[in-house]
Design a binder for this molecule. Structure first.
Ligand code: GLN
Length: 200
């Protein structure tokens, strides 16, 4: 069987670093800039960057509907940082138009303007966290002007927490991650959507 082809929305942000992480879990990265690109891929990553800019790009390229249809097809979607904001049902603090694919509210830049960036170890999983939680912790998480995820709906599972707050959540095939899993060597978060065994 060939490698799984994983699209990376290439409007803006950390596209190259995601491509490297996907290669580390044995997937084939594919840039996505048009609806036709979605037909070629098995899973999709929405990178971090600036959600206002990415949202404008989604609008300009007519991708809101096609991305929703892609997720509805059941193929895995991972949004990281700005990408997580775009997956949320709603965003707060300079709201952007979101794809409404996961039942959480994303509060942009929720860690404040002074401490824009930090790294932290994920907590051990708590009772009730999703089954993947065990395979992911411990994990060092890098946050860059990160959002916080609040108002988690009943179908949202927590896969990782930092300081007990959810930083990686899942609703079915849609994963939202507030940190940057593409930075560093550990590609286990990408392994979740690439369907490959973790190798890093
Ligand atoms: N602060 C950015 C936003 O609100 C997200 C930052 C990131 O993706 N690293 O869109």
């Amino acid at each position: 069987m060939g490698s799984r082809r994983v699209g990376i929305l290439a409007i803006q942000g950390d596209v190259d670093a995601h491509a490297q992480a996907l290669l580390r879990v044995g997937a084939a990265p594919v840039p996505v800039l048009a609806e036709k690109d979605l037909g070629e891929i098995d899973a999709l990553v929405l990178p971090g960057g600036e959600s206002t800019t990415i949202a404008k790009g989604l609008d300009r390229l007519g991708l809101y509907g096609p991305l929703r249809a892609f997720a509805d097809s059941g193929r895995p979607v991972l949004g990281t940082c700005a990408g997580a904001i775009l997956l949320a049902k709603e965003s707060e603090n300079h709201p952007v138009r979101t794809l409404e694919l996961i039942d959480v509210v994303a509060r942009r830049n929720a860690y404040g303007t002074q401490v824009d960036s930090f790294a932290a170890e994920a907590d051990a999983p708590e009772a009730g966290d999703g089954p993947e939680a065990l395979s992911l912790a411990p994990l060092r998480c890098i946050f860059i002007r990160a959002p916080r995820l609040t108002a988690l709906g009943p179908d949202v599972e927590v896969l990782l927490r930092v300081d007990r707050e959810p930083v990686l959540v899942r609703q079915g095939n849609v994963f939202a991650c507030t940190f940057h899993p593409e930075l560093g060597e550990d590609a286990r978060v990408h392994g979740l959507v690439a369907g490959a065994a973790a190798i890093a």
